[in-house]
Design a protein around this ligand. Structure first.
Ligand code: A3P
Length: 300
């Protein structure tokens, strides 16, 4: 199932601008007063990621863990972006993230954000809400973001791969530099104990193990059988076929250009980077990451 491009509701690509030191587009700042003053609850679970790091994957896992058994109809009747509100977003095509979150009928609320840690509404810290952060290796993250920007009319025009890559290295893409994002959240983890920091590569390597890790962080007691069922249901092919998780219902994406569930692989960057681009990337990476302690198991 592909979204019909004639129903593409956002015709003009948004422009990037500086917002409190972070590159942003108006879809994520127009609602800022409400975002800033958002009232988090102690049982909220915030899923925080840099875009394209595995947000949808972890959102779906959490949704199944909490509601898979008790409210199975939720999974077949509502797309994931309605079940897990995207806090700062205010695309015209669906209600804003704060509105969706305020009106969620179920608890706990699962809420998604791409905000760098310093922009997260303060009530999350005050309420000591639990947070799951997902990081993905920089190169695959960049490739995935490039294809996403090509097909998503709600994103700035990416240009060709090299143009996009140069902007990525400068942090001139929506939500700012990847480097600051992953390391800012990593630093936060050192002082905020209700934060679980996951890696996309670990999820690919052993989804079941990461589901278990999530359960123990969230204090959920699920049977091995349930976890197995969830692990199977959240594999790439299953999510790609599933209309409620593959984003085919959101009319701002042109799947003829690239699907949302694109490849789901570790190491796809090798099909994109030239030798020169790779050397340049490694150089910038070394520079930008030299003062951080984030330990990517897969530094590729
Ligand atoms: P690719 O573009 O590399 O395929 P987000 O949800 O943060 O926007 O991230 C989207 C990326 O996660 C895409 O990466 C998508 O294919 C991948 N992804 C989503 N679900 C996945 C799954 N079940 N297994 C592996 N990768 C998944």
């Amino acid at each position: 199932e592909t979204p019909d491009s004639s129903s593409m509701k956002l015709s003009r690509r948004p422009e990037l601008f500086d917002f409190e030191g972070v590159s942003m587009i108006h879809y994520f700042t127009d609602n800022w007063e409400k975002v800033k003053n958002f009232q988090a609850r102690p049982d909220d679970i915030l899923i925080a990621t840099y875009p394209k790091a595995g947000t949808t994957w972890v959102s779906y896992i959490l949704d199944l863990l909490y509601f898979g058994k008790n409210a199975p109809e939720r999974q077949t009747s509502q797309p994931i972006y309605m079940r897990v509100p995207f806090l700062e977003s205010c695309f015209q095509v669906i209600p804003s993230g704060t509105e969706l979150a305020d009106n969620l009928p179920t608890s706990p609320r699962l809420i998604k954000t791409h905000l760098p840690v310093q922009l997260v509404p303060k009530s999350f810290w005050e309420q000591n809400s639990r947070i799951v952060y997902v990081a993905r290796n920089a190169k695959d993250n960049a490739v995935s973001y490039f294809h996403f920007d090509r097909m998503n009319m709600g994103e700035p025009e990416p240009g060709d791969w090299n143009t996009f890559l140069q902007k990525f290295l400068e942090g001139k893409n929506v939500f700012g530099p990847w480097f600051d994002h992953v390391s800012g959240w990593w630093e936060k983890k050192q002082t905020y104990s209700n934060l679980l920091y996951l890696f996309y590569e670990d999820l690919v390597e052993d989804t079941g193990r990461e589901v278990e890790r999530l359960c123990s962080f969230l204090g959920l007691s699920t049977s091995a059988e349930e976890r197995e069922k969830i692990t199977k249901g959240v594999q790439f092919d299953a999510m790609k076929q599933n209309k409620m998780t593959n984003y085919s219902t959101l009319p701002v994406m042109d799947f003829k250009i690239s699907p949302f569930m694109r490849k789901g692989k570790v190491g796809d960057w090798k099909n994109h980077f030239t030798v020169a681009q790779n050397e340049q990337f490694d150089e910038v990476y070394k520079q930008k990451m030299k003062n951080t302690n984030v330990k990517f198991r897969t530094v590729i």
